[in-house]
Design a binder for this molecule. Structure first.
Ligand code: ARG
Length: 456
């Protein structure tokens, strides 16, 4: 029997059906149904023998899913109905008992929680892998000078290792963000029923333990309406994808003929259909372009959730495609970034040449004046004047004579030419976290420590 006397309109079915995309929740749905019926049997809500029979049915369905023989039927609105329908076909009417003391509302919340938890763990593994590659790259290029930039203008020289490790620490924060996602997915929604709880004395904690949750959601109304953890995952994914886009953008720039700082491997590049000389860093370009897509999913999710009255509303079905595409995009981007960096080659000469621009010593000259008692603001002005004079007369800094310098400031001589001659602009950055080699070595040791701790 059905409450309805008219069949569903095909247009409504097309709008309402989610099985085409939520089918990928099937393994989680089966896992939770198994834990659920085991508990129903243990608690005496259904006979133990029925519970065992339903578990057998669920196993059979899992096997069909594994070998791709599972058939979705036109009437299957979503993955939950498809699986229950198939279990009942396989084991008979007893299959109808598996939905006792459960609603699709707590069921879907549970599937999505399990899915997000699993993928937060995967993201953490992938991030650690990428951090490991960055650490190795930094070791290999520990003392390769390069220009550091602000506003994409040469600013102060740094070591390439230092620059690469900057991404290591960004990713380490991403790793923590996904750790937070683990903490917001650690309460089991199942058992909340449609919204108010169920009419049976169930044992939710035992289901939680079975499924690996440390706790159960305290409030059934919150449990079925909560999708915060989806936002948390996609938010972490958006930030991580943004970091990868920054990395991608630098690789694109550095691969250009104008920079020639690096070359990506053939495995992550393509040629041109018309210009035989070209090698395009496509993978890095796509890293750059994928980030806004993930960020858009975050915005989309906020759109789905905002203003929703409690508790379950069909709007919540729209969480999935945002989530799934964010997961797929991030996992692919992390794998691609790891692959690109694993085989990238840097050009030592080009980097060094760009880093030997004398103007990069401007801060050091100002600081020399500071050590001689000149207030920094004044020192900054003095050096800016020299740079301007040099640019206007087409000279480099070392072309200035001692007399000329003395005319500008008595404090410049001696020291000015000595400082330029030493080329010690990198090694002068001795503060903690700075680019002096001893500091980068400390940083590398910290990075290794982080990796060891995370994989312990
Ligand atoms: N396909 C639905 C979703 O993804 C499952 C829950 C349906 N619940 C309901 N009361 N119609 O949200």
């Amino acid at each position: 029997m059905s409450r309805f006397s008219e069949p569903q309109d095909p247009v409504f079915q097309a709008l309402n059906s989610s099985v085409s995309f939520d089918y990928r929740l099937a393994p989680y749905d089966i896992e939770q149904s198994r834990a659920h019926v085991r508990m129903l049997g243990r608690s005496g809500v259904i006979p133990e023998a029925d519970a065992a029979e339903i578990e057998r049915g669920l196993e059979l369905v899992q096997r069909e899913i594994d070998d791709d023989s599972f058939e979705v039927k036109p009437g299957d609105e979503d993955v939950h109905m498809a699986i229950e329908r198939r279990v009942t076909e396989l084991i008979g009417p007893v299959g109808g008992k598996m939905h006792t003391a459960r609603s699709r509302n707590d069921q879907v919340a549970t599937d999505v929680t399990l899915f997000v938890r699993a993928h937060a763990l995967r993201a953490r593994d992938a991030i650690l892998g990428l951090m490991g590659v960055l650490e190795t790259l930094a070791e290999r290029h520990i003392d390769w000078p390069m220009p550091g930039y602000t506003h994409l203008q040469r600013a102060q020289p740094v070591y390439l290792s230092h620059h690469l490790l900057a991404y290591f620490w960004k990713l380490r924060r991403d790793f923590h963000r996904f750790g937070f996602v683990l903490s917001t997915t650690d309460e089991l929604p199942l058992g909340a029923g449609a919204l108010a709880g169920v009419n049976f004395s169930t044992d939710r904690m035992s289901v939680a333990q079975d499924l690996g949750f440390p706790a159960i959601a305290e409030n059934s109304i919150d449990a079925v309406s909560n999708r915060d953890f989806v936002i948390d995952y996609v938010s972490a994914a958006a930030t991580c994808a943004t970091h990868l886009s920054q990395l991608g953008a630098e690789i694109v720039l550095w691969s250009s003929e104008e920079f020639r700082f690096c070359e990506v491997s053939d495995a992550f590049a393509s040629g041109s259909s018309i210009m035989p000389q070209k090698k395009n860093p496509d993978a890095a370009e796509l890293l750059r372009a994928k980030a806004p897509r993930v960020a858009a999913h975050l915005v989309g999710l906020h759109g789905v959730l905002h203003g929703l009255p409690l508790t379950y509303n069909k709007d919540l079905q729209e969480d999935k495609e945002h989530l799934f595409d964010a997961v797929d995009t991030l996992e692919l981007a992390l794998a691609a970034a790891t692959g690109v960096l694993r085989d990238i080659r840097f050009n030592r000469e080009r980097l060094a040449e760009a880093a030997s621009d004398e103007f990069l010593a401007a801060t050091d000259i100002a600081d020399m004046l500071v050590t001689r008692g000149v207030p920094f603001r004044e020192a900054h002005g003095i050096v800016a004047g020299i740079v301007r004079e040099a640019l206007e007369s087409g000279r480099s800094l070392s072309d200035f004579s001692d007399d000329e310098l003395r005319g500008i400031s008595e404090q410049l001589v001696p020291g000015f030419h000595e400082l330029l001659g030493e080329r010690a602009w990198l090694e002068s950055k001795v503060s903690e976290g700075g680019t002096a080699l001893s500091r980068v070595k400390e940083q590398l040791a910290q990075a290794r420590h982080v990796l060891e701790e995370a994989s312990a």
